[in-house]
Write a protein that binds this ligand. Structure first.
Ligand SMILES: Cc1cc2nc3c(=O)[nH]c(=O)nc-3n(C[C@H](O)[C@H](O)[C@H](O)COP(=O)(O)OP(=O)(O)OC[C@H]3O[C@@H](n4cnc5c(N)ncnc54)[C@H](O)[C@@H]3O)c2cc1C
Length: 369
C-alpha cells in the first residue's frame, strides 16, 4: 500500500505518525522548501485533538510544550471596562492548553523517520495512480490524501466546493518580546487571550510561547473587497498602524497603545469557509483531512479536527490493511459527522462574534446565570 500525503501541516503529519506507530510507512509531500521556510503561525488550543496525540504516542511530550496558562481570558469593552477575567489555577486540569503551532508541528515532524517528508514538492495534479508535482516530477500512490489546507488543490478530485468569504476581514500584527519592550502592555494582556468587542469590530491579543503577542483587529460584516477601500496601506506599516488607530476611534487609549507598539509585520487576512456539512461520494484511492475537507470559522476547532482526522484515518487503514475502499469509507463517514458537528458549533460561535452585542453575549456564554 503506497500512501501519498500532500501537505505537512497538522493533519498530514498526524496521519503519517499514527500510521508509523502501526507499522505502515507513508510519504508526505510538502510544497515548502524546508521546515523553517516560513513563520508557522500562533497559538492553537488543543482539546479533542489530544486524543490524536495519545494515538501518536506523543501526549506526554505534548504536555511539556503546551501552555495551560494560555487558557487565561480577559474580556473588555472598548471604553476599557473589564467584563470578565479568568485565570487558570496552577493545578487546573490541562483540558484546553494552548500550544505554539510551530512547536506542535516540530513535535510531529521529529517523531517521523528521516525522509518521510519530501520538502519542496508542490502537488499539481493526480491521476492513474500518479501524483504530479509542479517541478515536473511524479510519484506513485494507491491512496492519495489531501492534507493541503484551506486552499487545497487535491480537493478538486472529490468535489467542486470552494471556500467562500464569510464577511470577516482581519489585520494581523504583533509585539515582539513584549516583557522586555512593553512590560506595562504585557501585564495588561496577561498570559492568555485578551478580547475587546466593539460594534462591528474587535481586537484580539494573545501571548505566544516565544514572548510575542499576536494581535488581530477583526472587521465583521465586511465584504470580500473590504481591504481595497479600507485605507490601510499594507506597504507602509507605520501608516497602517496609524490608520488602524483611527479605525478604533473612541476606544480607550490603552488599546491604541497596543497597536502603536506593534512591529512592521502587518498582514491582511480574509476569513473563508467551506459549505457547512460538505460531503462527497467516497472515491477509492483519494480522500481529504483537515482544512482541505472542512475549513470552518477560526474559533478553535480546525486544528483539533485536523489532528483527529489524521489519527482516525490512520487507525481505519491499520484496521483494514487489505481493503483501502473500506478504510476510506469508514474514515469519511465518521469524519463527515464529527467535523460537521464541529463546523455547526463554530458557525454558531462565529454568528455570536459578529453580532453587535458580542461582548455581552460572550460574557453570558462564559458565565451563564
Ligand atoms: C503557516 C501556517 C500558519 C498557521 N497559523 C495559524 C494560527 O496562528 N492560528 C490558527 O488557528 N491556525 C493557523 N493555521 C491553520 C491551522 O494550522 C489549520 O487550520 C489546522 O491546523 C488544520 O491543519 P491542516 O493540516 O488541515 O492544514 P495546514 O496546517 O494549513 O497545513 C497544510 C499544509 O499543506 C501544504 N500545502 C498546501 N498546498 C500544497 C501543495 N499544493 N502541495 C504540497 N503541499 C501543500 C502547506 O504548505 C501546509 O504545510 C496556520 C496554517 C499554516 C500553514
Amino acid at each position: 500500500m503506497t500512501i501519498a500525503i500532500v501537505g505537512a501541516g497538522l493533519g498530514g503529519l498526524a496521519l503519517a505518525r499514527v500510521l508509523h506507530v502501526h507499522g505502515i510507512e507513508a510519504v508526505v509531500y510538502e510544497r515548502e522548501p524546508s521546515r523553517d521556510a516560513r513563520g508557522q503561525g500562533g497559538m492553537l488550543d488543543i482539546h479533542s485533538g489530544q486524543r490524536a496525540l495519545r494515538e501518536a504516542g506523543l501526549i506526554e511530550q505534548f504536555h511539556t510544550i503546551a501552555r495551560p496558562e494560555g487558557q487565561d481570558m480577559r474580556l473588555l469593552e472598548p471604553d476599557g471596562t473589564l467584563l470578565l477575567q479568568e485565570d487558570t489555577p496552577d493545578d487546573a486540569p490541562s483540558l484546553r492548553p494552548e500550544v505554539d503551532r510551530a512547536d506542535l508541528r516540530a513535535l510531529l515532524l521529529d517523531s517521523l523517520p528521516e525522509g518521510t517528508v519530501r520538502w519542496g514538492q508542490a502537488f499539481a495534479s493526480a491521476g492513474d495512480g500518479w501524483v504530479h508535482f509542479s517541478d515536473g516530477g511524479r510519484a506513485p500512490y494507491d491512496l492519495l490524501v489531501g492534507a493541503d489546507g484551506a486552499q487545497s488543490r487535491v480537493r478538486a478530485l472529490l468535489t467542486d466546493a470552494r471556500p467562500a468569504h464569510i464577511g470577516q476581514n482581519v489585520v494581523e500584527l504583533g509585539i515582539p518580546d513584549i516583557d522586555r519592550t512593553h512590560p506595562d502592555l504585557a501585564a495588561m494582556v496577561g498570559r492568555g487571550n485578551y478580547w475587546v468587542f466593539g460594534d462591528g469590530l474587535s481586537l484580539a491579543a494573545q501571548r505566544n510561547g516565544d514572548g510575542r503577542v499576536r494581535i488581530g483587529v477583526n472587521f465583521y460584516n465586511t465584504g470580500e473587497d473590504w481591504f481595497d477601500g479600507s485605507g490601510i496601506p499594507f506597504d507602509d506599516p507605520a501608516a497602517a498602524r496609524a490608520r488602524l488607530i483611527d479605525l478604533l476611534d473612541g476606544w480607550d487609549a490603552r488599546f491604541h497603545a497596543l497597536i502603536a507598539a506593534c512591529d512592521d509585520t502587518v498582514e491582511p487576512r480574509s476569513i473563508t469557509t467551506l459549505p457547512l456539512g460538505l460531503t462527497w461520494p467516497s472515491t477509492p484511492g483519494v480522500t481529504l483531512v483537515g482544512d482541505a475537507a472542512h475549513l470552518m470559522p477560526p474559533v478553535g476547532e480546525g486544528a483539533n479536527m485536523a489532528l483527529l482526522d489524521g489519527a482516525l484515518l490512520a487507525l481505519a487503514l491499520a484496521a483494514h490493511p487489505d481493503d483501502l475502499p473500506a478504510a476510506v469509507e469508514e474514515y469519511e463517514s465518521e469524519m463527515f459527522e464529527r467535523a460537521g458537528a464541529a463546523a455547526r458549533m463554530s458557525a454558531e460561535m462565529q454568528e455570536l462574534l459578529m453580532s453587535p452585542d458580542a461582548g455581552r453575549r460572550l460574557l453570558a456564554f462564559f458565565q451563564p446565570s
